[in-house]
Design a binder for this molecule. Structure first.
Ligand code: DCP
Ligand code: MG
Length: 283
């Protein structure tokens, strides 16, 4: 005897035998039983999935909490009584592994209003130097002080899934005047016009609906909007064509950030003559 059922349980069978009589009571009780079983069964699957996610998350948190404590090696001062900037004397930094990459004999002094360019061939340690300033590398010897609030624009732009505006504000309150100035300085205005919903257009994770140059300029704009005292840019012009590079260098580096202490890793040597100091990484 076959009873078709509605819902997620397709059907079940009732064994027909002389001894069993399928009464209305039995049919409805059985039906009711199966209907009641549907939702716990579904919830069981969801609970199973969530338990797996929970176990994975716990593992990650555990790994993070057990990481070795990093000793702060650069002196980071945040006080109004000091002029913002960076001072490093005979700095010697390593990546922590024996026989690994090291940078030594680092001497730099960056004051407000200066652009300190850093040049060197690929793999010479430009990114490492910027991370040394941010205290991400281990200092072996030397004196280093970073005074003021620091903003860092990494070599590869990082975009998260939210609107263009949220990517630039990065959790900070919206200030129309500063926001407009930042958009102008990072040459984003034209791009925003071409987006369907302007700066409220939602970007996908990793920014796959943007060009490399757009991603990079959003990343630069995010740094500029942070209103820091010290700016560290790791090769911000790499994904831009010559014309946009020129415009961005002038509007952002020379005009918008003209009172900030700026460290600028750069491969476009034509801009060096407009920088205050040029450091070359050798060996
Ligand atoms: N390195 C490391 N650990 C890191 C980062 C870098 O051991 N977390 C090593 C690998 C390289 C060396 O440092 O051999 C220099 O790498 P950089 O990224 O500092 O070099 P650049 O920034 O100059 O290179 P590029 O111009 O390609 O950006
Ligand atoms: Mg680099």
């Amino acid at each position: 005897f076959h009873i078709p059922m509605i819902g997620t349980i397709p059907s079940f069978s009732y064994v027909y035998h002389e001894k069993f009589v399928l009464t209305l009571q039995e049919a409805f009780v059985t039906l009711d039983l199966f209907t009641r079983l549907q939702s716990p069964l579904l919830e069981f699957i969801i609970a199973l999935l969530q338990s797996v996610e929970g176990i994975v998350s716990l593992g990650r948190i555990n790994k993070f909490l057990q990481l070795e404590e990093k000793v702060q090696s650069n002196k980071i001062v945040r006080s109004k009584f000091f002029l913002p900037g960076i001072s490093i004397e005979s700095g010697h930094y390593s990546w922590g592994t024996k026989g690994g990459f090291e940078i030594s004999n680092v001497n730099m002094e960056v004051k407000p209003g200066e652009i300190h360019a850093v040049v060197g061939s690929t793999g010479s340690g430009k990114t490492s130097l910027t991370l040394a300033i941010l205290d991400q590398m281990d200092k072996i010897s030397g004196q280093a002080t970073v005074r003021g609030k620091v903003a860092y624009v990494p070599q590869s732009a990082w975009i998260f899934s939210a609107s263009v505006r949220e990517n630039i504000l990065f959790g900070r309150p919206f200030e129309a005047k500063r926001y407009a100035a930042v958009l102008r300085a990072s040459c984003m205005e034209k791009d925003l016009e071409s987006f369907s919903e302007g700066d409220l257009t939602i970007l996908s994770e990793g920014g796959s609906n943007l060009s490399g140059g757009q991603k990079q300029r959003i990343s630069i704009a995010r740094g500029a909007y942070a209103d820091a005292d010290v700016y560290v840019f790791d090769d911000p012009l790499s994904a831009l064509d010559a014309q946009v590079s020129n415009e961005l260098f002038r509007k952002m580096m020379l005009e918008y950030l003209n009172r900030k202490a700026v460290v600028l890793v750069i491969n476009q040597l034509q801009f060096l003559k407009q920088c205050s100091v040029v450091s070359v990484l050798e060996g």
